[in-house]
Design a protein around this ligand. Sequence first.
Ligand SMILES: [Zn+2]
Length: 329
Amino acid sequence: MLDAALVVAAVVIALLVQYWYVCVVVAALISLPRIIRRIKKNRYFGSEAFLRHKEELTSVVAEHNEIVSYTSEIRRRGFSHIGASSSGSQAHLAAFENTSHHAYRRDRNMADYAGTNVHNCSLQVVRNAAADPLTYLTKYFRISADESVLADVEELGENISRLEDAVGNLRQRETGILGSFDPPAFILKHYRDEFMRHVGVEFSPVSVPYPEYLFEYVSAGGNSAQRTAIKLDTPKIDALIERLSEKIRFGTSAAGQRALMTAKLRGFIKQRDNYTCRYCSASVVREPNLLLEVDHIIPISKGGLSILENLQTLCWRCNRTKSNKVARD
Ligand SMILES: [Zn+2]
């Protein structure tokens, strides 16, 4: 068998040596289109039209990059952690070992007891959690209906939506920048990233780190596992805010005194303020890509309430300056 393979290899090598020029021609034919494309690409990025337009867009690109750094500031601030599962909270007190002789066949699925975002449970609970996510989330991750938890969920919602808006805004700006150059199709297809680098556009985060809660069932032998994941995006956070406030209202009615910080309310405030920054009067009329945010005039940390009179629309630049100032005070 080995001999046969050696003979075949020897024949192939002999043919390659004999007809080396055929190999060269084939290799050249294969790589020619790529070489031509690269020459065309270098010519495009060096062209006067490209360089002139790049010059014209300097300030547009600079603002884009500033929002990229603002976005990482928002991410770095970190999000408040809501709720925790207690399943396996004592797991670190014991050592688990699989002493089976066929250990290699097992443990394909291991229960995760370490994460407080994972609740280990029966298959029935996994399925019920999929059917009624909010009830199961609040129950098994012990998210209690009181004012301070509600405030934490609202703060999480504000941070998530601020990040969503910023990321969406960056996408919009990138599409705008790209479109204004109107590059040839082959540039868009093969050199999109290089194009952005040439223009000076810094890359922005592609995703929003939504908190995720898992209901997980792992069978005794580890051969079967099922899970339900609940990702806290804006609609789910808003639904959770409504759910908690209903329960609180039912009990004490104190939460009924103020508005709930939901996407709907943020939308209402922006509309009320005519999509105009209350500090610098920047508006979407003059800047269609303007990133607007809803701000608490007196910050929550200083006792400010989520009431209409305490909410205002600010552009990201003014809000950034204001929050840096509040953080320093
Ligand atoms: Zn402003």
